[in-house]
Design a protein around this ligand. Structure first.
Ligand code: MN
Length: 732
């Protein structure tokens, strides 16, 4: 090792320690445990970034230390955020995982680092869709606002040290900062950070414009100072009499805000009248704040004529980001409009550094509570885009956010979906095949049915089964156009396949029976079996809803189906048919729609194989109930005459919804096993599944599509055989 490197290393070591110590001094932590945590974070980060240097050549660790310092000094955050800031690049750059962080620092810090890593990942991923990124950042905000605050500090430090980056990178980062981070800082009430980010962005994007304004501000400084002194002189005289400590500042506005005004109004620098604002800051007791501020207002307007259109009272109704102040614009003796901002010391600190700043000197618990309150305010603000109080930079961006939810894939990728989207929508969003075979999902590790309503921030893992097929009622579960059209097209394909089979079956039958394949015969069949279209006829034949035997038993004369006799038959009234079936002691055959329309009662959900009976209502509809349905017993005793016998057509192939309720001992993997059994069972489709576990016991309800009781019994037996399952019962 050469002498130079040793000297360099030694110099760096000293530099790092100096920065670390100065951070501790500023943070002024009293709690030993906080100190220990920060120390631990520092040691880990130091080791993690050991051989890494920034573009500027500095040791990398100086960056996280600087970010932590911004968090404390300029945002007013506490120990949790300091730890988060110091560790913010550790997971990215080393083998350390979120789980490691959690072991070492607990859940809160781990969540913050996880959020920071996710946000970072998003930026690397796309780079093109900036509005998209903006929304993603807002989403993580809902989790812990510290993520955003640390991210802002990170970005601020990167902007301050942007000089050593390549020109094209500078432009990209500057644009991103202007579009995303500065508005975010504004939204969070971090006025100083917002202004600095904007000014730095402008400096890198259009240095000529930036420098021009800067120079003009410099040149006009003396004139401005003189003007301000003259303007404030009478005010000071009156204020001195009040015995209220005060301070008057006359500060130029930021370069960027002057630039915006020049651009928006298309005027030169010289015509921007509010290049500066006068700020009167008083040291008032909390309970006197409002009255004192208005007292100052009264003094100011005693000397200068106010413009009533430009009075802003953000003390009575603070801005949503926490900003409180009283603004007025008054006419100076020289005829120039001057903005005067009146506020207390407390309000000023919040305005400059954001809401967290105010709590800096309070107890730790108090500080955390206050931060949480603030977070929930921000969250409310995001959730209620209609609130007038919100002066969002761009309503459009917010609306995008409000109408959509954001959910994560198991790998942490983000998907945007409309509100009320279900698990099924998510599955189709990823891939139509995944949608077609979706039986449910694990949302945040909990098993949920396909109809589950997703919430922003949910992590969704789709469970699929080869046996699964889209069902008609999926169209009501799905919300997105993408899912709906995929389901429809799959149903159509399926229907077409069955129709094709039906068409072929009819053709074969015609050939065998000597029936002519002509339009007239097809029309007769449609009339006899009451189908809506030829395709419908084919489909019903293909799916077995119309049995070939029934067609074979039709009378055929000269290759033509004789329809008339059937027509006569079908003209019988419903009562006659019911009477006929009763008289013959023959049961109503369910599933064969050629004679009677029926509906399955929803109270007991009968399925083939159940003992059933029919009940004729006033309007002639026949409802099929299970014999042991409680409603049946009531009906039997009151309306016995309306009851008809019914039995299932054994060739029935329609699927029915049935429910199973189960309970047992909860153990890892049991839910998975149960879903697996259901998925593996041929022809069983899962409609919904819910599981709850409590004190080592679980209770689950599964709704499935089955074709008959035997089918359901098989499934029940298989579930009952799973280790840990105690009982499985059909829901009555
Ligand atoms: Mn960083």
């Amino acid at each position: 090792m050469s002498e130079d490197i040793i000297i360099d290393e030694e110099k760096n070591r000293k530099l790092i320690l100096r920065e670390y110590r100065s951070l501790l001094r500023i943070a002024n932590m009293q709690d030993d445990e906080d100190l220990a945590q920060v120390r631990k974070a520092f040691d880990i980060a130091l080791e993690a970034h050991k051989d890494v240097r920034r573009k500027s050549g500095e040791p990398y660790i100086l960056h996280p230390l600087a970010v932590a310092r911004i968090c404390v000094e300029e945002i007013g955050l506490g120990p949790t955020s300091i730890v988060g800031a110091i560790l913010h690049d550790v997971v990215e750059d080393t083998d350390m995982t979120i789980a490691d962080i959690e072991d070492l620092f607990g859940e809160k810090v781990a969540r913050i680092i996880d959020g920071l890593t996710k946000v970072e990942g998003l930026f690397d991923q796309s780079g093109s869709l900036q509005a998209e990124n903006f929304r993603k950042i807002l989403l993580t905000l809902a989790d812990d606002v510290r993520v955003i605050l640390i991210k802002l500090a990170d970005r601020l430090h990167n902007m301050r040290t942007l000089g050593s980056m390549r020109k094209d990178k500078q432009l990209k980062i500057a644009a991103e900062t202007l579009f995303i981070y500065a508005p975010l800082a504004h939204r969070l009430g971090l006025y100083n950070i917002k202004s600095e980010l904007e000014d730095l962005s402008l400096m890198y994007k259009t240095p000529s414009v930036y420098n021009e304004i800067k120079e003009k501000l410099q040149k006009t400084k003396a004139v401005r100072t003189r003007f301000i002194n003259r303007f404030t002189q009478p005010l000071r005289r009156e204020l001195d009499k009040l015995e209220l400590p005060y301070e008057i500042k006359g500060r130029p506005k930021s370069i960027y805000s002057i630039y915006s005004k020049m651009k928006n109004k298309n005027i030169p620098f010289e015509e921007v009248y509010d290049v500066f604002a006068i700020r009167v800051i008083i040291d008032s007791k909390l309970e006197d704040e409002k009255a004192d501020c208005w007292k100052i207002y009264s003094i100011v307007t005693d000397f200068y004529q106010p413009n009533p259109d430009r009075l802003r009272d953000w003390i009575s109704t603070p801005k949503a980001n926490g900003y409180e102040s009283l603004h007025t614009t008054v006419m100076s003796p020289s005829g120039k409009w001057v903005e005067v901002q009146i506020r207390t010391k407390r309000m000023d600190e919040i305005a400059e550094k954001g809401y967290a700043a105010h709590w800096k000197y309070k107890e730790r618990t108090q500080q955390e509570t206050a931060l949480d309150d603030w977070v929930s305010r921000i969250r409310d603000l995001l959730e209620n885009p209609d609130t007038n109080a919100i002066d969002f930079v761009d309503d459009f961006k917010l609306n995008l956010f409000a109408k959509e939810i954001f959910v994560f894939t198991p790998k942490g990728d983000i998907k945007a979906l409309p509100h009320n989207s279900t698990v099924l929508d998510f599955a189709y969003e990823i891939h139509s095949q995944l949608g077609n075979h979706c039986v449910g999902a694990k949302v945040n590790q909990k098993l949920v049915p396909i109809s589950y309503d997703l919430q922003s921030g949910d992590q969704v893992e789709i469970i699929r089964s080869k046996a699964q097929q889209p069902k008609e009622d999926w169209l009501e579960i799905a919300v997105t156009a993408k899912a709906k059209s995929a389901i429809k097209s799959k149903l159509r394909v399926e229907r077409k396949k069955v129709s094709k089979q039906g068409e072929q079956m009819l053709k074969d039958l015609f050939a065998k029976k000597g029936i002519k394949n002509i339009q007239e015969n097809m029309q007769s069949l449609q009339g006899i079996f009451k189908t809506n279209s030829l395709q419908d006829l084919y489909y019903k034949v293909g799916s077995g809803q119309i049995e070939l035997e029934n067609i074979m038993s039709l009378r055929v004369v000269n290759g033509k189906i004789s329809y008339k006799t059937y027509k006569a038959d079908s003209l019988k009234t419903l009562e006659e048919i019911v009477e006929a079936t009763r008289g013959k002691k023959d049961a109503l055959v369910i599933g064969n729609q050629q004679e009677l329309k029926y509906k399955l009662a929803t109270c007991c959900n009968p399925i083939p194989g159940d003992e059933v009976l029919g009940f004729v209502t006033n309007d002639g509809t026949i409802f099929i109930h299970r014999v042991n349905c409680p409603n049946t017993i009531r009906i039997m005793s009151n309306y016995g005459y309306r009851v008809v016998k019914a039995k299932w057509d054994s060739k029935e192939s329609i699927t029915f919804l049935a429910g199973l309720k189960m309970n047992g001992f909860d153990r890892t993997g049991i839910v998975n096993e149960i879903t697996k059994v259901i998925s593996n069972e041929m022809d069983v489709g899962m409609r919904s599944i819910t599981f709850e576990s409590n004190d080592g016991l679980f209770e689950g309800v599964v709704k499935v599509y089955v074709t008959n009781t035997q089918h359901l019994k098989n499934l029940r037996d298989k579930i009952a055989a799973i280790e840990g399952v105690m009982t499985v019962n059909r829901i009555e």
